[in-house]
Write a protein that binds this ligand. Structure first.
Ligand SMILES: CC(C)(COP(=O)(O)OP(=O)(O)OC[C@H]1O[C@@H](n2cnc3c(N)ncnc32)[C@H](O)[C@@H]1OP(=O)(O)O)[C@@H](O)C(=O)NCCC(=O)NCCS
Length: 184
């Protein structure tokens, strides 16, 4: 990440930090210890709270409308708690809940999916719309997962793998159009 501009709201004096050319919709609420990589975008009504732990979002990642990002605090039995780590070229569909989990690179999190504490999504995965990834579950690279709780459905096709990168690129294009609106 090149760096970095403070934005959003502080928590304990710490503001979210943005890389270059990010688009953050005016209605999104982003608070505290959050770092967002270059060319990423946060769409209307997203709530992201880096208060009791931290949130990291990579480059060219989009978090779509109405999604909620949060974390779990450290405790006596768990010195690390659960931060939320999201990689590069990730598409998080509308109305998702990502809580204290690790999301790799080139992932599509389908609309309204829920990913819980300690879950790990390896690189190049599609999570179907409406799926639930339970606490601590690991999703294996290169596969489609669907259902509540999720089950491995099948390996991704070459077209689907290519689509993961394309989806992220589409959103980089779209956020650039939105940046033109806000920057005149
Ligand atoms: C899962 C998904 C990738 C489609 O996969 P697919 O293998 O092409 O699925 P198909 O449409 O051929 O359906 C295969 C079966 O899975 C079921 N299915 C499809 N999507 C499903 C989902 N999200 N959860 C559970 N089952 C699903 C279908 O009903 C069908 O069931 P059947 O065999 O009993 O009839 C797609 O439905 C999806 O959820 N995409 C996410 C899109 C999204 O949210 N994008 C972000 C917003 S931009």
């Amino acid at each position: 990440m090149t760096a970095s501009k403070s934005i959003g709201r502080p928590y304990k004096g710490q503001y979210p930090q943005l890389g270059a050319r990010c688009y953050i919709d005016a209605s999104a609420v982003i608070v505290g210890d959050i770092k967002i990589g270059d060319d990423s975008s946060i769409w209307p009504l997203v709530a992201a709270r880096g208060d009791v732990n931290y949130i990291r979002i990579g480059a060219r990642t989009n978090i779509q409308d109405g999604s909620v990002l949060h974390v779990t605090r450290t405790g006596p039995d768990d010195p690390h708690g659960y931060p939320l780590l999201i990689g590069d070229d990730v598409t998080v569909g509308h109305h998702c809940m990502l809580h204290g989990c690790i999301v790799g690179n080139r992932i599509l999190v389908g609309m309204s999916a829920v990913v819980m504490d300690g879950a790990v999504i390896e690189d190049d995965v599609i999570i179907g719309a409406g799926s639930l990834v339970p606490p601590g579950k690991r999703l294996e690279s290169g596969h489609l997962y669907v259902g509540s709780p999720v089950k491995k459905a099948r390996p991704l096709s070459d077209e689907e793998r290519a689509f993961l990168q394309k989806s992220a690129a589409n959103y980089v294009y779209l956020k650039n159009e939105y940046l033109k609106e806000t920057q005149g």
